[in-house]
Design a protein around this ligand. Structure first.
Ligand code: FES
Ligand code: FES
Length: 207
């Protein structure tokens, strides 16, 4: 095998990444994505590579608490930010409520998309609690307040995360449960997306 050529001067840097509360110092080529830095340099393989072009959400992590697809983020640009991957979601042996809900409600089949789904769900719950509207929000006036986190809202807010196993119904239920509500309409809405749960919003506050 031909030796890997040394990087040209000015094309690599030594960076320090703050991942799940731990600092990691590593040399990276400037073209290295955060996803590759996690998986190939730091052996944090929970974040998955699906499309490698920002389309599937399998690589979703949290950057300073907000969702980001790590395949479109350069590792050097993540320096100085707090990166949370699926490996940092649980508290020791205790699963995070979002993880537990996915487990309890079968929010997965093969599990490949699941780390990204869970990181995205964490972002969804935070964004909703902060009052952010989505494309599914009927009334976006500030005085209208946060919309109920209906199954429609969850589907829209999670729409950047694809699941080739089609576990969407259970994923919606899991996100709803983790948010402290019941998505009673999830099954019916999935069976008939054209009439998805209009007017049957789930009730309750987001934890
Ligand atoms: S691998 Fe990043 S969005 Fe698909
Ligand atoms: S559980 Fe298999 S891709 Fe989602």
């Amino acid at each position: 095998m031909a030796p890997v050529p040394a990087p040209a001067p000015g094309t690599s840097s030594v960076i320090t990444l703050n991942i799940n509360g731990e600092k990691h110092t590593l040399p990276v080529d400037h073209r290295t994505t955060l996803l590759d830095a996690l998986r190939e340099h730091l052996d944090l393989t929970g974040s998955k590579k699906g499309c490698d072009q920002g389309q599937c959400g399998a690589c979703t992590v949290l950057l300073d608490g907000r969702r980001a697809v790590s395949c479109l983020q350069f590792a050097v640009a993540a320096e100085g930010r707090e990166v949370t991957t699926i490996e940092g979601v649980a508290e020791g042996e205790r699963l995070h409520p979002v993880q537990q809900a996915f487990l309890d409600l079968d929010g997965y089949q093969c599990g490949y998309c699941t780390p990204g789904q869970i990181c995205s769900a964490l972002g969804v719950i935070e964004e909703h609690a902060a009052g952010w509207p989505s494309a599914a929000t009927a009334d976006v006036r500030p005085e209208a307040g946060p919309p109920p986190l209906s199954a429609d809202e969850i589907r829209e807010r999670m729409s950047g995360n694809l699941c080739r196993c089609g576990a969407y119904v259970s994923i919606v239920e899991a996100v709803a449960r983790a948010a402290g509500i019941e998505a009673a309409d999830a099954h019916g809405a999935a069976a008939d997306p054209g009439t998805a749960d209009r007017g049957t919003e789930t009730k309750g506050a987001v934890a």
